[in-house]
Ligand binder design. Structure first.
Ligand code: DC
Length: 234
């Protein structure tokens, strides 16, 4: 697995952004990376790509042996694109396919597999080795990059997160706000309760509640914090 990466630079830090589904992590992380000229890495997209591949191979999450064997064969690449980040699975552009409802409903189950987590966690650590990375996920500050100089735990009420998702998908999918809220709450539950590196707020993370903040306000707050952390790290 590979991600295209820029040259290392000692004037950079790593930024981990964790939090529950729909808190705005990826949009915020992308903006922060743009403003700092850092690399944005969407770790959820990696778990989604593994999920798509498992579904195509008709492997269920409970079949952990088959799932582990499949994960070891996958070639997942992330590359910067105009709309953010493109995802390639064995050379195929799956950027849109990994956002399907089918993948979204299964991904938390696939993400509980030990081998999948080990493989993706190792890759994520390699990508952050040269610093200058904004990585979003569930376990980045707590598990993948425990030494990240800046850790953010981005949250928002479940109602607000469902409403945001509803506005995004209501034109293309027929799903009610109530159903979305239930599905998001269920994904939170699975991500928080899984045995391996569950969604938790790292003890040294800064909690930002985006319920009544705009994306730009959240991004600006993180950029400001990053400048302080960079000065401290020097
Ligand atoms: O951020 P997202 O909704 O695209 O993430 C999809 C799923 O992947 C999420 O429900 C849990 C899992 N995930 C994870 O377990 N660990 C991560 N670092 C990122 C995502």
């Amino acid at each position: 697995m590979l991600v295209m990466q820029q040259d290392g630079d000692s004037d950079r830090i790593n930024i981990a952004i964790d939090g529950p589904a729909g808190a705005g992590k990826s949009t915020v992380a992308r903006k922060v990376a743009e403003q700092l000229d850092y690399i944005y890495i969407d770790t959820g997209a990696m778990y989604r790509a593994v999920t798509l591949s498992a579904q195509r191979a008709a492997i269920v999450p409970q079949d952990s042996e088959k799932l582990s064997a499949l994960a070891k064969t996958l070639d997942i690449k992330l590359a910067p694109s105009e709309s953010g980040q493109a995802v390639f699975l064995n050379g195929e552009n799956v950027t849109n396919l990994i956002r399907s409802r089918e993948v979204t409903l299964a991904v938390s189950h696939i993400a509980a597999n030990e081998t999948v987590r080990e493989l993706l966690g190792k890759l994520q650590r390699q990508l952050a080795e040269r610093k200058g990375v904004v990585m979003d996920g569930r376990d980045i500050g707590s598990h993948v990059l425990p030494n990240a100089e800046l850790k953010i735990f981005l949250t928002a009420s479940v109602q607000e997160r469902a409403l945001r998702r509803y506005k995004e998908v209501s034109e293309t999918q027929s799903i009610s706000l109530e159903q979305l809220e239930q599905e998001i709450a269920e994904r939170d539950r699975l991500d928080e309760q899984r045995e391996l590196s569950p969604l938790i707020c790292a003890k040294d993370a800064i909690v930002l509640d985006s319920t009544s903040m705009s994306i730009d306000e959240v991004a600006a707050a993180i950029v400001k914090l990053s400048r302080t952390k960079l000065a401290e790290a020097k």
